[in-house]
Ligand binder design. Structure first.
Ligand code: PEP
Length: 250
């Protein structure tokens, strides 16, 4: 179901004590209850974070990754089933840092989406073009292929469970944000591509988040765009006041 969402991606930040304190701080501030706040912690925090937030209907916990297999001899990895067993309900898949630093290919991402859905985890699936793609006017085609190759094998019922995050790679962690015009243009394009493949009902009901240097100053303008349903936020999610201000920016 399409809804207003702000998801904080902590990446590899905060030790256990700091992370749990940050959650307490966020929860103790006034945030709009009609906005779903998803907190994507490192694996270490997930179980305790999910436990802390289990009675809050406007909060949820996400993992930042999962392995593409159910179980087995994969030293250091964490499965979707394990994540689900903590009470977390979401998982980020296809983040550009995973695609580039960990060489996650489209076929691996497809398996991760399948295994997440099979374990009742909602994927927050990231797409986005590089600066070269945008400068060479390939951005729409790149995002079209990312959607098609990793997701279009899904049944309509499964596709409708996804959250999509548009994260231009050139905006992640750079302090350079897409303009609201650029964000709306791409979000509208993504929605129209989903419409072509899965129809109007599913495309209108898909939540599409913007990510890339989203902060307390620019969130209001970005979230006012017709096809922007919220944000996936990295750096600014590490301070309670900023994260809550972003969640209150609709
Ligand atoms: C991200 O990594 O998903 C992200 C959007 O990071 P930042 O907000 O720091 O650009």
């Amino acid at each position: 179901m399409r809804r207003k969402i702000v998801a904080g991606n902590w990446k590899m930040n905060k030790d256990l004590k700091q992370g749990l304190e940050l959650i307490d701080e966020i929860v103790n501030m006034n945030s709009a209850e009609d906005v779903l706040k998803i907190i994507a912690t490192p694996f270490i925090h997930i179980s305790l974070a999910a436990d802390k937030l289990k009675d809050k209907t406007d909060f949820a916990v996400a993992a930042q990754n999962c392995h593409q297999s159910n179980a087995g001899a994969y030293t250091g990895e964490v499965s979707a089933e394990m994540i689900r067993s903590t009470g977390a309900a979401y998982v980020i898949i296809g983040h550009s840092e995973r695609r580039s630093y960990f060489n996650e290919s489209t076929s691996v991402l497809t398996q991760k989406v399948n295994i997440a859905l099979g374990n009742d985890l909602t994927p927050i699936f990231c797409v986005g073009e590089s600066l070269d793609d945008r400068n060479s006017n390939q951005h729409l085609e790149v995002v079209r292929q990312q959607l098609k190759e990793a997701l279009y094998h899904l049944s309509p019922a499964d596709f409708s469970k996804l959250i999509i995050a548009y994260e231009p790679v050139w905006a992640i962690g750079t302090g350079v944000t897409a303009t609201s015009h650029q964000a709306q243009g791409m979000h509208n394009f993504i929605r129209s591509e989903i419409n072509k493949k899965y129809g109007k009902d599913i495309s209108e009901n898909t939540s599409i988040l913007y990510g890339g240097s989203c902060n307390a100053e620019n969130a209001r303008e970005l979230f006012s765009c017709l096809d922007v349903d919220g944000g996936l936020v990295g750096g600014a999610s590490l301070k309670a006041a900023d994260f809550v201000a972003i969640a209150n920016s609709f």
